[in-house]
Design a protein around this ligand. Structure first.
Ligand code: MD6
Ligand code: FE
Length: 207
């Protein structure tokens, strides 16, 4: 595995941290291979909102806990909602990235894996289902470039930026509850993900 490029770029948003091209091509491919191998045991599925509307993003999880949403609500749980099996273990490379980039003293206990095919998007939201909202959320982008949008927790003006394959970002401290989402992909901008599209991994401390 090639070493990570841990040079951070200022974002102008306090607490929103960005490491552009943290993963080179070789590291992206190695990470993707491990994620796809794990996903063999925990296939992507299409979650629905509490209102019964399907997400355009497909999801699965790695680690002791996984974020799920269905008509009963959204929550973290230890089992895949379709196969009822425990989620696969977190690959070591993800644990290493978490500790190197966040410095958080304990490992993450959940990794949400989002698969965006061409038309998929993610509405503005806050990540606030975790018990300790002081722990950061670390996000790794693989595949097609995404137009990411972020703004203050309380609402108000948002700004957009591109997340490209190999970029890593984090919501920490004053940006932990920032509102954020994915407006759309730039389809065909990467050939990394088989079948096209983008995979986003978000590492969290849930309990
Ligand atoms: C995505 N990301 O990049 C969606 N959440 O596909 C997120 O929802 C996210 O990028 C928490 C922290 C960073 C993120
Ligand atoms: Fe999020």
């Amino acid at each position: 595995m090639t070493p990570f490029n841990l040079r951070e770029t200022p974002t102008g948003i306090e607490g929103f941290r960005l490491w552009p091209s943290a993963l080179g091509m070789e590291a992206q491919q190695a990470l993707l291979n491990q994620v796809l191998a794990a996903v063999d045991q925990a296939p992507f599925y299409q979650p629905v909102t509490t209102g019964g509307r399907p997400f355009s993003v497909q999801m699965t999880n790695l680690g002791p806990l996984g974020w799920v949403s269905d008509r009963a609500g959204y929550r973290y749980q230890a089992h895949h909602p379709v196969t009822d099996q425990p989620w696969p273990a977190l690959p070591r490379i993800l644990l290493d990235l978490w500790s190197e980039l966040t410095g958080w003293p304990s490992p993450p206990d959940a990794c949400l894996v989002n698969l965006y095919r061409h038309e998929a998007r993610m509405g503005l939201h806050q990540d606030r289902d975790e018990q300790d909202l002081n722990a950061p959320v670390l996000s790794i982008s693989l595949g097609d470039t995404a137009l990411f949008r972020i703004g203050p927790a309380q609402g108000g003006r948002t700004q957009g930026l591109k997340l490209t394959s190999g970029d890593i970002c984090a919501l920490t401290g004053p940006a932990r509850l920032a509102r954020h989402g994915i407006d759309r992909l730039l389809p065909g901008s990467s050939r990394l993900v088989p079948g096209g599209g983008r995979i986003n991994l978000t590492l969290r401390k849930v309990t």
